[in-house]
Unconditional design. Structure first.
Lengths: 149, 173
């Protein structure tokens, strides 16, 4: 592990996952280590798994995956997501065919705005419901190698 | 990101709970305004019970006064709990179910929710049967919009509860 990452991991903290919206990568009860300084020197990247303040309850932290970056146009229909018109390759996601008649929604992300979603798309409350999250609401990143039970 | 923002992030992190949530309130896509109506009806009933309580006076015995205070406390606590449940249910509908598209069809949606939330707060603060009836009426209005947004007609029918009042139900077209 590079020295900087090793030093940062000293400040990481372990959380226990509650809920199923990030399955199968993060099963309920799993422990994850979050690095609060991950984005001190770089911006969040697509597919990063991050902790963020829950928009409906700011004193609660949530675990979600970054899908859309600032400047992206994110569309979704049910559990399927497109970024800038292209279907997203999501090997981790659990999706299902859209319900007939379900409409397509689009969100254009401004500066500092991110689109987040749970991997378990049918059972996730995420940007499809509460819209974009601001960079300030992202509180850390899951450390690689600390992602499972 | 500024130094202050990094400091805030660290403080948040240190003070953060040990759990991180990865769930939605309920399996996504399942919403229902019935719980908000029941909560509003419960607030009405508690106000009715408070009004129906035998009054105490300076001549009342200590035992009667004690019974009065105890019962009033129970009704008041329950009234507040159900007003808060009503607010919670409304928040879920407002924040999770309704989308910007709905505003095109119901341009007063935000005002209606805002009024309902304020009424629910008023019902926590006061023992006020009029305010309780206004809350139920506002929640009924939201229930009608909710079911119509899902393509259903609605009907009002008597609650058949001690509180009287009506509840809004969907009628498939």
């Amino acid at each position: 592990m590079p020295l900087l990452e090793r030093a940062r991991s000293l400040f990481s903290r372990t959380f226990q996952v509650r809920g199923v919206s990030m399955e199968p990568a993060f099963m309920e009860g799993a422990s994850v280590r979050i690095d609060p300084f991950a984005y001190a020197s770089r911006l969040p990247q697509r597919r990063d798994v991050v902790s963020l303040r829950a928009p409906s309850s700011p004193d609660r932290f949530e675990l979600k995956r970054i899908i859309g970056l600032p400047g992206d146009s994110v569309s979704w229909r049910g559990s399927d997501v497109w970024v800038n018109g292209e279907p997203l390759d999501e090997p981790c996601a659990r999706t299902a065919p859209p319900v007939p008649g379900e409409s397509t929604h689009t969100l254009n992300l401004g500066p500092g705005e991110y689109f987040v979603a749970g991997d378990n798309r049918l059972y996730s409350q995420d940007s499809r419901a509460y819209g974009a999250v601001r960079d300030m609401e992202i509180t850390g990143k899951v450390l690689a190698g600390h992602t499972h039970v | 990101m500024t130094l202050a923002q990094h400091a805030q992030r660290l403080i948040d992190f240190i003070r953060a709970p040990k759990e991180i949530h990865a769930h939605c309130d309920i399996p996504c896509g399942i919403y229902d305004p019935h719980a908000a109506q029941i909560a509003a009806l419960s607030v009405i009933r508690m106000n009715q019970l408070i009004q129906e309580m035998p009054k105490i006076s300076a001549e009342s015995s200590a035992k009667d006064r004690e019974a009065y205070v105890h019962q009033l406390s129970r009704y008041t606590r329950t009234k507040e709990e159900h007003a808060e449940i009503c607010k919670h249910e409304l928040r879920v509908l407002w924040g999770d179910y309704f989308k910007p598209d709905h505003l095109k069809q119901y341009p007063d949606l935000h005002t209606i929710f805002w009024d309902a939330m304020k009424l629910a707060s008023k019902n926590r603060q006061e023992a006020n049967l009029d305010a309780a009836n206004q809350l139920l009426a506002k929640v009924q209005q939201i229930a009608e919009i909710f079911w119509k947004s899902k393509g259903a007609d609605v009907r009002k029918q008597p609650s058949l509860q001690n509180a009287k009042g009506e509840l809004v139900y969907p009628v498939p077209k």
